[in-house]
Every structure is written in structure tokens, then in C-alpha cells.
Design a binder for this molecule. Structure first.
Ligand SMILES: Cc1ncc(COP(=O)(O)O)c(C=O)c1O
Length: 478
């Protein structure tokens, strides 16, 4: 029996399936908007494996809507207003739709001719963000990578190239023990991992102590720079967070920029979480100094409501971005001056083919307008800060630190509870199991805290108030 290879490309069938898929997702959105259903599915990894065996039939399974309904049921419901766990956003339906269209059209970009619209949109979005950061439009340039980890790696590769007096790309790292990178002790693990990947070794990352608000201590950074210099080390980069993963702390960027200028060191801002503050005129001043960074990353899949993954990597001097990968792939890239072939994005990215990452960001900015995104981040930050006040106003609640945005770490520690670390960990397990919220936990300076990221525009203060009441009820249960 011959298989009809064209049948899956039948336009009428695609239309039917896709309409049904959109209906199922819209019904799901209606349900979670009403706060129905568990926030997370209850299945363990083993149970999930049993639900999804590799029992593929040889013949077509037909209408996929039953399958998709099961997938929706088995998913973490990020659109549920009580999903306040990791920094994974509830994507704008519009951005998810654009992502779907992008996947369908599959104009991934490595070189311009593979993805004309995505290349142009990527550039337009990067330049718009560069302007918001405060970079000089005539010099700055950037692109998207698949995620913040790849973004940090890309920026650190450029810093490594800039900070070594030989062609490190061709010759390899000669004396790793002589090279270092400095970052706060709260930095995301991708910074250390990047240093490991680029041959510096994990030990090359010098952690800089943070203050009571988990922000890099500038005095400690100054000391570390001075010591490194006197030991004859090459300092490849200082990485500052805006904001840090655990608490959302924003390092003193301007003061860090001063030190980097004094020592002639590459300054990189990991703005994966809060870099999107540049979109808001109200919040932008809190990032003063970011415009002096040699490179900045911003995860659009965090505070820009985009589906994962879409990270902007932006360089103050766009030309430097071409130094990241200085090898020549002659069959792909034409021309001697790489800035003339800016449109062949893979010259500057880890990835060869990329998804058309600019599409959902460009299309969403157009569809919803930039005021929407400014209002969104302002609202999320206001709610985080208001939640911090709500926590401290209730007896026996503690904050790890007053929140600087929409990430809040807090714990319940009434005197009757002897082991507050164990209690807070236990109550989180109970809450997740019952499906009423998704929250995470973190250990900071020896204490276990509950941690929320308020990232869904439908989350309300009453959701947060009821969370505190839920934890208190657990303490009464004992
Ligand atoms: C500060 C910071 N940097 C980098 C990353 C890594 O980003 P991604 O998960 O997109 O690779 C994260 C992730 O949470 C982060 O919080």
C-alpha cells in the first residue's frame, strides 16, 4: 500500500485541525481565567512517562484534538493567575499565535536569504531596545539568541576576544589561570557555566559579595579589581545583574560602570529578568548605568510576555558583536567588512539556523503598542512591592529583602513553629500537590523562603493575600 505523502499538507484539513486547536486553547484560557483546575498537573515523572509511551502506530492517528486536549490537561498552566512560580511568563496569546505562524513559515534565519522578514524584524527590535537602553543608535547593534544562557555566553565570548591580546578564537585560551570574570555571588549559574564553556574554568569567576539587599557591593568589587590587577590577572569582564534570579536585585550599574571604565574592563549586564524595565519611562531610571554596558541581555520570554525562548543580546558597539565568533564560514558569509553583512545573523550567534525569534516580539509590539508593555512591567513591579508590604504587615511573616520588583522571597515563622525552614518547604509541597498555586522555594543565607514571581497580568492582590492565608492555615493544622 502506498503512503500519500501530500495528504498532511492538505489545506482544508490543516484549517480544520488548527481551528479546533485554537478553540481548545481558548477554552483552556477561559477555564484558567476563572481560576479553575489545578495550576500544575499532579503526575510524577514516572506517571508522565506512562501517560506518554512511544506507542506510535504505523498508520495515521487522525484528528489530533483528543491528543491536544490531553496535552493541555497535562501541562503546567502558566496562564492560571495563581501560577506565580518561576520566571516563565504566561505568553500573550498574540505572541504565541505569531510564534505558531513563524514555525509554520519556518523562515529561520542564519543568513538573510533564509529569513528575510525575520532578519529585518530582529534588527528592528534590537535597535528599538538599544534606543531604550540609551545606546547610540549609530553604533549599537544586536540580535536574538535562544535564551539568556546562550545570550550570556555570546556576550562573554565577545568579552574574551576583546580582553585577550592574541586571537583566542584560533589559538585557544593560553593561560586560563590568569584570566578572570567578576560577578555578584547571586549571579545566575549560566555566567559561571559560560566561563567553563569558553575554557576559563569555573574558578575564573570571582564572586563579589552582596549587601543585605543582595546587590553587588561596589567596595568589594573595587577591592577584587585592585587585587586581580596587582596579581597581573587579565580581567575579561564584570557581569552585573538586573535583576538577580533569586530576589530580583538590581546591582548598582552606574557605580559598576565607573569601575569598569577605570580598569578598562568589559561591562556586561545580565538583564534577563528586569532588563525589560527600559521599556517603561517610569522604571528606566532605576537601571541608570545600563547605557554604559558593553553588552546587555534581555529575555523577552520573561518580562515581555513572549513564549520561550527569545533573548536580545545588544552591544553598545555593534562592531564588537562580530568579534564573538571570528571564524569565517566562507560558504555562508560574503564581504570583507562584516558590518556590511549584518543581515547574515549567524556570523554573530552560537546558532546556525534560528527560529524567527524577532517575529513574535516585533508583531506583539506592533499589535499591542509599547504602552501596553510599559504598563505591564510597571504593574507587575508595583504588585511585587505591594505584596512585600502585605507580608511585613502580617504577624510572623518575614521577607528575605524588600522586593525591587516582581520577585518576592518570604517565609512564615511564628514562634510555635520550631523549624521554619522545614515548615516553609513542607507547605510549598502541600500547596503544589493540591494544585491551588505554583510557588517555588529558595534558600538564602541559610534560610528557606517561599518565592513568587508575579508575571501574569491576571494575577490579583487577592490571590496573594489568599496565599498567605493558606500558609497560615497549614501552620494551624500543625
Ligand atoms: C538573571 C538570569 N540570567 C540568565 C538566565 C537564563 O535564562 P534562560 O533560562 O533564558 O536561558 C536566567 C533564568 O532564569 C536568569 O534569571
Amino acid at each position: 500500500m502506498s503512503t500519500d505523502l501530500t495528504q498532511p499538507f492538505d489545506a482544508a484539513e490543516f484549517r480544520n485541525h488548527a481551528h479546533r486547536a485554537v478553540d481548545l486553547l481558548a477554552e483552556h484560557l477561559e477555564r484558567v481565567n476563572r481560576r479553575e483546575g489545578p495550576v500544575l498537573p499532579p503526575w510524577t515523572p514516572e506517571q508522565s512517562l506512562q501517560r506518554w509511551p512511544a506507542d506510535f502506530g504505523a498508520a495515521p492517528a487522525g484528528d489530533p484534538s483528543a491528543f491536544l486536549a490531553q496535552v493541555i490537561e497535562s501541562s503546567n498552566h502558566l496562564h492560571h493567575p495563581r501560577y506565580i512560580g518561576h520566571q516563565c511568563t504566561s505568553p500573550l496569546p498574540m505572541s504565541a499565535m505569531l510564534d505558531f505562524a513563524g514555525a509554520f513559515l519556518n523562515n529561520g534565519s542564519a543568513v538573510y536569504e533564509m529569513g528575510p522578514h525575520s532578519t529585518a524584524m530582529e534588527r528592528a527590535v534590537a535597535q528599538w531596545f538599544a534606543g531604550r537602553i540609551g545606546y547610540d543608535a549609530a553604533h549599537s547593534d544586536g540580535f536574538f539568541t535562544h535564551g539568556g544562557s546562550a545570550g550570556n555566553l555570546t556576550a562573554l565570548l565577545a568579552a574574551r576576544q576583546s580582553g585577550t591580546p592574541y586571537d583566542v578564537w584560533e589559538e585557544g585560551v593560553k593561560d586560563a589561570s590568569n584570566l578572570c570574570v567578576m560577578s555578584p555571588d547571586t549571579t545566575h549559574y549560566s555566567v559561571r557555566r559560560s566561563a567553563q564553556v569558553i575554557g576559563l574554568g569555573g574558578r575564573s569567576v570571582i564572586p563579589i559579595a552582596t549587601d543585605e539587599k543582595f546587590r553587588m557591593r561596589v567596595g568589594e568589587l573595587a577591592k577584587a579589581l585592585k587585587n586581580a590587577k596587582s596579581e597581573g590577572k587579565s580581567i575579561l569582564a564584570v557581569v552585573a545583574s538586573a535583576g538577580s534570579t533569586a530576589t530580583g536585585a538590581i546591582d548598582p550599574l552606574d557605580a559598576v560602570a565607573d569601575l569598569c571604565a577605570e580598569y578598562g574592563v568589559w561591562f556586561h549586564v545580565d538583564g534577563a529578568h528586569s532588563g525589560a524595565m527600559v521599556v517603561s519611562d517610569k522604571l528606566r531610571p532605576r537601571l541608570k548605568g545600563i547605557e554604559r554596558a558593553d553588552s546587555t541581555i534581555i529575555d523577552a520570554h520573561k518580562m515581555m510576555l513572549m513564549p520561550a525562548l527569545a533573548t536580545l543580546v545588544i552591544f553598545k558597539e555593534g562592531r564588537r558583536s562580530f568579534e564573538t565568533f571570528s571564524q569565517q564560514a566562507n560558504y555562508l558569509f560574503a564581504g570583507a567588512d562584516p558590518t556590511e553583512t549584518w543581515f547574515d545573523m549567524a556570523q554573530r550567534t552560537l546558532e546556525c539556523t534560528k527560529r524567527s525569534l524577532g517575529l513574535q516580539v516585533y508583531g506583539s509590539l506592533k499589535a499591542h503598542g509599547t504602552d501596553y508593555f510599559a504598563a505591564y512591567i510597571e504593574r507587575m513591579f508595583e504588585m511585587g512591592e505591594a505584596f512585600g508590604k502585605m507580608v511585613t504587615a502580617r504577624p510572623h511573616w518575614e521577607l528575605a529583602t524588600e522586593p525591587e520588583g516582581n520577585i518576592v522571597c518570604f517565609r512564615y515563622a511564628p514562634p510555635a513553629i520550631l523549624d521554619a525552614n522545614a515548615f516553609n518547604a513542607k507547605v510549598r509541597e502541600a500547596i503544589i500537590k493540591e494544585g491551588s498555586y505554583y510557588i517555588v522555594k529558595t534558600v538564602l543565607r541559610g534560610k528557606t523562603y517561599l518565592r513568587v514571581t508575579i508575571i501574569n497580568p491576571r494575577t490579583e492582590m487577592k490571590d496573594l493575600e489568599e496565599l498567605l492565608a493558606r500558609v497560615e492555615a497549614e501552620a494551624i493544622k500543625g
